[in-house]
Design a protein around this ligand. Structure first.
Ligand SMILES: [Zn+2]
Length: 793
């Protein structure tokens, strides 16, 4: 009975204790009624009628019944004795059972609460000219805003130790960003937040401004080192931690896990199939469909935040997109935060909902799978290319008809599953908080794989298939995935330009044909990192494994299993939930299994430390997990500190020129006006004379756009959307002669109230005053238009 109560309380939130007490009372009432009846019977036996024993008429009948046979009295007395015995037995049984199922019916045991803090901050960088980081396409430069980028921070303290987990809407955390964030935290908080207890992870959106790397290869692909791009990212991350720090309070954490289907596919099934069959047979799918949710509440049980992980590339927005966007993972955050912060604009409100990346290396959200765009036929299975058009023509799309729709569907799927898991999370996370961290020189790790063999990692290098890209965004040149032999033409060109790899490096990476010999290239700065962070945070029975890159599905499974095994080996941990936090701390591309590496698709070609990269990581993370399990974290060697380059950080982004405008216009003036009336579901569009968005400087916590509704009673305008809203798109169009336009679209949601609206645009323009450039703000507004459910009003 009380177990049933527990079950219901899980579903309905009704206290288990209340339910058990209610059941007990009902049962006790019926027993006492029987007992009372029998007691009455024993004294008044001669006066009792066989039915309606307790009726008000009983006293009238007494005289008649008293004259009946005395044998009846004896029978009834025996009956009474028997019934009393049964009754006592029942009471004893009931008591025993109650005690058994609910040892402390008065109050459930209370676990020691944590101190928890959650915080969110805008980290959106320049919305123009800067290459978007992800598809390595230098032509894909920011030109407006789809949705804003946020950093979301969670701090957990067990009273003696503290950990911080941050997930930011960014392609990946770079070593430079991490080092700058740690410096800022050191200045503000001293030794409270350090490299060992702070994890920074990226959602892997491919639509955030680049330029925040200190290694040459990444600088080449993202416009150099762009101070105006890295600064808002660092400041936004630090601000989210500040906010979490400020609102720390006693609270509880609950964990829950579920499966989400139809929202991801494996984009390199050929690689996956190269893993051992007996290993593959242990899993239902060739992607991890698990969603892990941590629910944060205060001591009253009110939700304050949610942190979740799901393994899928945030590439629903493809390489044709030019708008800054948080993609599918960001949209999931957006939806849950809008739910939990009713009436607030996006990015506002105290509830923080974070969707973090995981082992997404070979996982695509483009669920219709790859086809040749020119013919609609399947691409070549082994190397994802098309007979005509090659690699570039083979692309995966879906589930929507365009990238916005696909982003919406995938984001909504992830949000719905996480919301369901959040609502039903009852498994409380308890126990101490720990963190283990090391810096590792990944170019020089030796791993003993059996009694006779020791293997080594290599100096970084990228294979030919790296240049082929993936079915989520193919490369421009004639490279294909699955290349295990070099191409004399490209090897010649790259060799002349960048130098040929040494024989040692070639052998080390076999069978990868090396295209970019990054580990032996140090001009003007090293092309790839040597020193990486390995790190695990444990919060009670939950272990967050921060991985400095993109692990494939099977790599992630092996790592989770290894960490779990180490944590549980001494019995210090049990029922441990291990989760991979991807794209954390420093970016090192991909990590495949040894078997996947042999196939040399994009992910294998991008496993930069060679075929034994995963083995090396397994060894390192096992060491961290063992140290946590044995409470010996302080004895871990710190490892070699990564470099913080002060020189040769060059921006390839020229300063934005002065803005010009068409004759007889002014900045903010409307070039293309709205219509007078729209219906819900329509798209409003208005175009303004604009300045370059880069002239607006640090745009965090500001907006280029407002959609406003007229409050008829007060005759005031109320903002209903900003440029952070899913419903708005701010396109910046760079024209000729240094003139530019801003077109703002508003996709009117079905829920929009009918009324009078206007769209406003805010920006800055640069002009010369004599020889001195002056930046000035401007603003403009559309005409007032109506939104109505019918055109006839
Ligand atoms: Zn990726």
């Amino acid at each position: 009975m009380c177990l049933l109560g527990l079950y219901y309380s899980v579903l309905s939130g009704i206290s288990d204790e209340d339910r058990c007490v209610a059941e007990l009372l009902t049962f006790e009432a019926s027993i006492s009624q029987i007992s009372a009846g029998l007691f009455y019977l024993s004294r008044k036996t001669p006066e009792i009628r066989p039915i309606n024993t307790f009726s008000a008429e009983a006293p009238h009948s007494a005289g008649i019944m008293g004259r009946k046979s005395s044998s009846l009295v004896v029978t009834l007395a025996v009956l009474f004795g028997a019934m009393t015995a049964i009754c006592v037995t029942l009471i004893v049984l009931m008591f025993t059972k109650t005690t058994h199922t609910d040892p402390e019916p008065t109050a459930p045991p209370q676990n020691q609460p944590y101190l928890v803090g959650v915080g969110r901050a805008d980290c959106t960088g320049p919305a123009a000219d800067v290459p978007l980081m992800g598809y390595a396409n230098t032509q894909q430069k920011a030109a407006g805003i789809h949705t804003r980028l946020y950093s979301r921070a969670f701090i957990i303290d067990d009273g003696s130790r503290r950990v911080v987990f941050v997930t930011a809407d960014v392609g990946m955390i770079s070593q430079r960003v991490r080092l700058e964030v740690l410096q800022a935290l050191q200045q503000k908080y001293g030794d409270v937040y350090r490299q060992d207890n702070v994890v920074l992870s990226g959602t892997h959106t491919h639509c955030g401004p680049g330029g925040y790397f200190q290694y040459t290869l990444f600088m080449i692909s993202s416009g150099g080192f762009i101070k105006t791009s890295i600064q808002p990212l660092v400041d936004g991350i630090v601000k989210s931690i500040n906010r979490a720090h400020q609102n720390m309070r006693p609270g509880r954490i609950y964990r829950n896990r579920g499966e989400l289907d139809h929202s991801s596919i494996n984009r390199s099934p050929h690689s996956y199939l190269n893993n051992p069959e007996d290993e593959r047979l242990r899993y239902k799918d060739n992607t991890d469909n698990q969603v892990l949710v941590l629910k944060f509440t205060d001591l009253d049980g009110d939700g304050i935040g949610m942190l979740s992980w799901f393994a899928v590339h945030a590439v629903s927005m493809n390489y044709t997109n030019r708008l800054v966007s948080s993609d599918n993972m960001g949209y999931a955050s957006y939806l849950l935060e809008q739910d939990k912060n009713p009436g607030e604009l996006p990015g506002q409100g105290s509830f923080v909902a974070a969707f973090s990346s995981s082992n997404l290396g070979d996982v695509s959200p483009n669920t219709r799978g790859p086809v040749c765009m020119n013919t609609g036929l399947p691409c070549d299975y082994l190397n994802s290319s098309c007979p005509v058009g090659g690699t570039k023509m083979c692309a995966a799309f879906g589930p929507g008809d365009d990238m916005f729709e696909s982003t919406r569907i995938i984001g909504q799927n992830i949000y719905r599953k996480a919301k369901e898991l959040y609502a039903t999370a009852v498994d409380e996370v308890t126990g101490s908080v720990q963190s283990a961290h090391q810096w590792v020189n990944m170019t020089d790790v030796s791993v003993q794989i059996n009694d006779t063999h020791t293997v080594r990692t290599c100096k970084p290098a990228l294979g030919h298939s790296f240049a082929a890209g993936t079915t989520d965004g193919g490369g421009d040149l004639n490279f294909t995935q699955g290349a295990v032999e070099g191409d004399p033409f490209w090897d010649g060109i790259v060799g002349v330009l960048l130098g040929k790899p040494s024989n040692e490096t070639k052998e080390c990476h076999h069978p990868k044909p090396i295209l970019f010999n990054t580990g032996e290239m140090n001009t003007p700065l090293p092309w790839h990192p040597q020193v990486v962070d390995v790190q695990i945070l444990s919060i009670g029975s939950v272990a967050v494994v921060a991985v400095p890159g993109e692990m494939t599905t099977m790599s992630g499974r092996r790592l989770r299993e290894a960490v779990k095994q180490e944590l549980e080996s001494d019995g210090a941990f049990r029922d441990t939930e291990v989760v991979i936090a991807g794209l954390s701390n420093v970016y090192t591309h991909y990590i495949t299994t040894y078997e996947e590496y042999q196939v040399q698709r994009y992910e294998g070609a991008s496993t930069i430390y060679g075929p034994h990269t995963l083995s090396a990581y397994l060894q390192k993370y096992r060491g961290l997990a063992r140290a946590i399990a044995q409470n010996q974290v302080s004895e871990l060697p710190v490892g070699p500190e990564p470099p913080f380059f002060m020189e040769s950080l060059v921006s390839l982004l020229p300063a934005a020129p002065v803005d010009r405008k068409p004759a007889n216009t002014s900045f903010g003036e409307v070039l293309q006006q709205v219509y007078p009336i729209y219906r819900q579901g329509d798209v409003v569009s208005v175009t303004f004379v604009a300045g370059n968005p880069r002239h607006s400087g640090d745009i965090r916590d500001k907006t280029f756009v407002t959609v406003e509704i007229l409050d008829n009673r007060t005759e005031t305008w109320e903002v209903v959307h900003t440029d952070a809203s899913w419903e708005t798109r701010f396109h910046w169009l760079k024209g000729s002669n240094q003139q530019s336009n801003a077109t703002i679209q508003w996709f009117i949601p079905p829920s929009a109230p009918s009324g009078s609206y206007r769209i406003r645009h805010f920006g800055h323009y640069k002009a010369l005053k004599g020889l001195r450039p002056i930046i000035s703000p401007y603003e403009g507004s559309s005409d007032v238009f109506r939104v109505a459910s019918s055109f006839y009003y």
